[in-house]
Design a protein around this ligand. Sequence first.
Ligand code: ADP
Length: 274
Amino acid sequence: PSPINPELHLNIRMVPYGQGQRLLVVRDITRLHRLERMRRDFVANVSHELRTPLTVLRGYLEVLEGGGNGNPEVWVRSFKTMQDQVARMQHLIEDLLMLSRLENRNKKPAEVPVAVPEMLEGICREARMLSGDRQHQIRLKAETSLWLRGDERELHSAFSNLVVNAIRYTPAQGSITLHWFKQADQPCLEVRDTGEGIAAEHLPRLTERFYRVDKGRSREKGGTGLGLAIVKHVLNHHEARLEVESELGKGSVFRCLFPAERSHRPRIHLSEAG
Ligand code: ADP
């Protein structure tokens, strides 16, 4: 680190230069240093996220190995917790694989027409199941003739992550509204919730891998800390932008804005249109 500014990392070397002279070479390696730190943090985070459920599993296996006090209730409870932990690890690994796929490809996404309104209907159905007895009000307003050109699987994953977050961070009976429309020329998905909201200081870091406002709460609700990182990558890949507005205690709005060129108008089949 530089003694003047510890944020700055410099590589300083003296090399022979001409007759009896020396050249001082100063290289700014701040970016390299930051990338290396991010890589180390990432490995530490993944290890930690996997170690926690494994420790819990091991604890329960030991209880069951000892006969579970011969109590059927202990067996049932143990199996339930073990299933939850396995699901948590599986979820984390799926998110990691998705992220690694997104980071490792540099070609443009498929230019396939994607029926976004239908996709959003499906996501809302899944969201209602996820909400269960918390009974959120989930509404969808969608322009039916507005489709996108892109990668269906990636877009589904991004939109679904935003809706799952809205459910996760909105108390029972709160409302979640999806709006799919054209803002000026740009296709836009807005996911609005009446949930707990996010303080302004956290907003710039939300899409970092494993960044969470409250680690404990996110884990308890089944979060991996990778959802918004996936959203950001998918949107980047589609030259789209993510905007967030939020007010603590009131709720949040996440907006995905796509370039006008990505919009697609489905062809209406005359026979179907009657
Ligand atoms: P997680 O799996 O923890 O939800 P994400 O990357 O999806 O990870 O989100 C990062 C963090 O952003 C969350 O831990 C949560 O603190 C905050 N967050 C995301 N969406 C919302 C939302 N709709 N309302 C409130 N907080 C949110």
